[in-house]
Ligand binder design. Structure first.
Ligand code: 173
Length: 325
């Protein structure tokens, strides 16, 4: 425990309350933190456990000042904010900051779990790339074990989306277009209205979380299988990170690994979400046999291909890190 900081805080507070100083004297590291996902929902579930773990630790060498979710900052701007230090820490998926780090969402295509990435030194290579290109420290990889799906209000009989308009993010664009669908990008906060008004026929989203914003009211089908690995990262502004003490950095890294271990909860949560969806009357359109194989292969192939076309250098580097033997 860092006694000095506690002493300083106590003395500082006493002086402030005596009116002797106007500013808190303590120099603790407080991380201003935002999230791209609404608090209390499925996607930030383990991240919130991480925040609580730190906030409830009397010996924590850092403090978290949680500012809020997408109501405080548009999700597609959070990458920028953590890059330039407007915030110190962010919980955000790579698909939301592709303008800061082109092809970042190749993370969804990883062949390796976060644990395996760390064991093989690949995680450090990712951190190097995120530091160089985005001025952030990639602290933790959450939501691994969660999967992306397509949800529809029109039935389909095979992996084809001809004539259908789908709400997407960069995660699903290439795949949806490869299947003949029309892609319309929106942040999560606009999905409900798009469904309600019928401006889209379906949407991409993980297996977890469709109840959080009421989408089950306007969802008739889920397409199985799910594809890719959901990735939502905890990013720390690089200058903030560099200014922490070794003790503070080690503490956060230990908690990050603890947070990644919680990815193990996803298997059970996925089953529960599928059960809830069935209960809500959402039917499963399941591709089997060859269709299933083709569906999954296409998902990966078209995304790697598109990323390579649009951002050759980053894609080559990411493919080596995430997808090589
Ligand atoms: O569908 C999305 O908004 C999206 O890309 C995403 C990514 C990670 C978790 C949840 C949603």
């Amino acid at each position: 425990m860092n006694r000095n900081i506690h002493w300083t805080t106590t003395i500082g507070a006493a002086l402030v309350s005596l009116g002797l100083v106007t500013q808190a004297a303590a120099d603790t590291a407080t991380l201003r933190t935002v999230s791209a996902f609404n608090s209390g929902t499925a996607i930030p579930h383990t991240f919130e456990m991480f925040l609580e773990e730190i906030q409830n630790d009397p010996d924590a060498p850092i403090e978290i000042n949680f500012i809020g979710g997408p109501e405080t900052m548009p999700p597609f701007q959070i990458g920028n904010a953590v890059s330039n230090g407007v915030v110190d820490m962010a919980f955000v998926t790579s698909a939301f900051y592709t303008s800061s780090l082109p092809a970042a969402h190749a993370l969804n295509l990883t062949r390796y779990s976060p644990e395996e990435l760390r064991e093989t030194g690949r995680f450090e290579q990712l951190q190097e790339m995120w530091r160089e290109q985005m001025n952030v420290h990639y602290l933790a990889y959450t939501n691994y074990g969660n999967r992306y799906h397509l949800y529809l209000n029109e039935p389909i009989s095979g992996p084809e989306l001809n004539g259908l308009r789908m709400r997407i993010t960069p995660v699903y664009r290439a795949f949806v277009e490869a299947m003949g669908g029309e892609a319309a990008q929106t942040p999560p906060g606009e999905v409900y209205t798009a469904l309600e008004r019928g401006t889209v026929d379906g949407y991409g989203w993980p297996v977890q979380g469709i109840f959080d914003l009421g989408w089950q009211e306007h969802t008739r089908y889920r397409v199985d299988p799910g594809f890719y690995h959901v990735e939502v990262g905890v990013l720390v502004n690089q200058n903030t990170w560099d200014n922490l003490t070794d003790e503070q950095r080690d503490y956060l890294t230990d908690k990050a690994i603890w947070l990644e271990e919680l990815n193990g909860l996803n298997e059970e949560i996925n089953i529960e979400e599928e059960r809830r969806q069935a209960e809500a009357g959402i039917e499963v359109i399941e591709f089997e046999g060859e269709d299933r194989e083709r569906f999954l292969e296409t998902a990966y192939e078209v995304q790697w291909e598109r990323l390579a076309q649009e951002h050759a250098e980053n894609t080559e580097r990411l493919r080596e890190i995430l997808d090589s033997e």
